[in-house]
Design a protein around this ligand. Sequence first.
Ligand code: ATP
Ligand code: MG
Length: 303
Amino acid sequence: MPEAMITPKQLRKFLAPYRITDGKGLRLKDHGPHDTGGLASQEKQKAKDLLARGVDWLADAQGRLYADDRWSVLLIFQAMDAAGKDGTIKHVMSGVNPQGVQVVSFKAPSAEELDHDFMWRCLKVLPERGRIGIFNRSWYEEVLVVRVHEALLARQRIPAELVTRRIWAERCEDIVNIERYLARNGCLILKFFLNLSRGEQKKRFLERLDNPDKHWKFSTADARERGHWSAYMDAYESMIRRTATEHAPWYVVPADNKWFSRLVVAAAVVDALAGLDLRYPDVGPEKLKELAEAKRMLQQEED
Ligand code: ATP
Ligand code: MG
């Protein structure tokens, strides 16, 4: 995090194992969900302090992003259920001005959405310049849940001659192209795969079942999806291989320890925003004169 002791170079180094800009040959089994980047669990407090500093820094950077009004930022979150998407979003964004951030959750598509191409619903809700947009799930569901459950593809009513075995590769290619287009228009894209282990998911589901305050979070359908775990992991791996690029990197974030996954996400966002050199716009001499005049008038006013 940007503080005297941590340089941008050190931050990059810390993030390097998780940042994927070229997915060729990536194997998820080389990315342990339990990894804590060399930080021992006794250092959890240190990680939390670092996260708090990162959150403060982000709040400040977001003010500059907004005033600068040229870049938009899109943070995409994908994960298996109970990997902590919601909590991560909540923590990392806790300091920022709600006016500058929008969170959109993508669920199973509606009838209206199914009447359009798959990007349609996402493109409508991209962040404006100056704002941070968070996608809780995204267009990537189209090569994840839809790939694992091919019956969902049939519901999309795509002409049969266009649906070939290459469809998943083609979808990834289209996604890469759209992301490049957005990047070229000033949209900074970061993608996070919260990489949870199957065992940790089981533990979290059981906690939900044991704690009445968490019952609302449990869904039998989520538990059923566990049965497709390896199909999902194959789909994630193939997706990251095909869509990790320099203009829209994937972060494969170890997610079995929440304190660590939140730190990695915060650090990645800090790193990306720090690279933009965001400044409050300079005001010209005319404006300065106007401000001095306004000040004089206010000071002369009788209370
Ligand atoms: P929560 O933490 O509230 O459970 P969630 O993101 O899991 O959040 P749900 O309403 O439980 O929200 O789930 C959304 C469901 O919609 C997921 O199962 C997801 O796979 C599915 N979904 C999202 N996009 C698509 C899509 N394009 N086609 C089919 N299903 C989709
Ligand atoms: Mg859910």
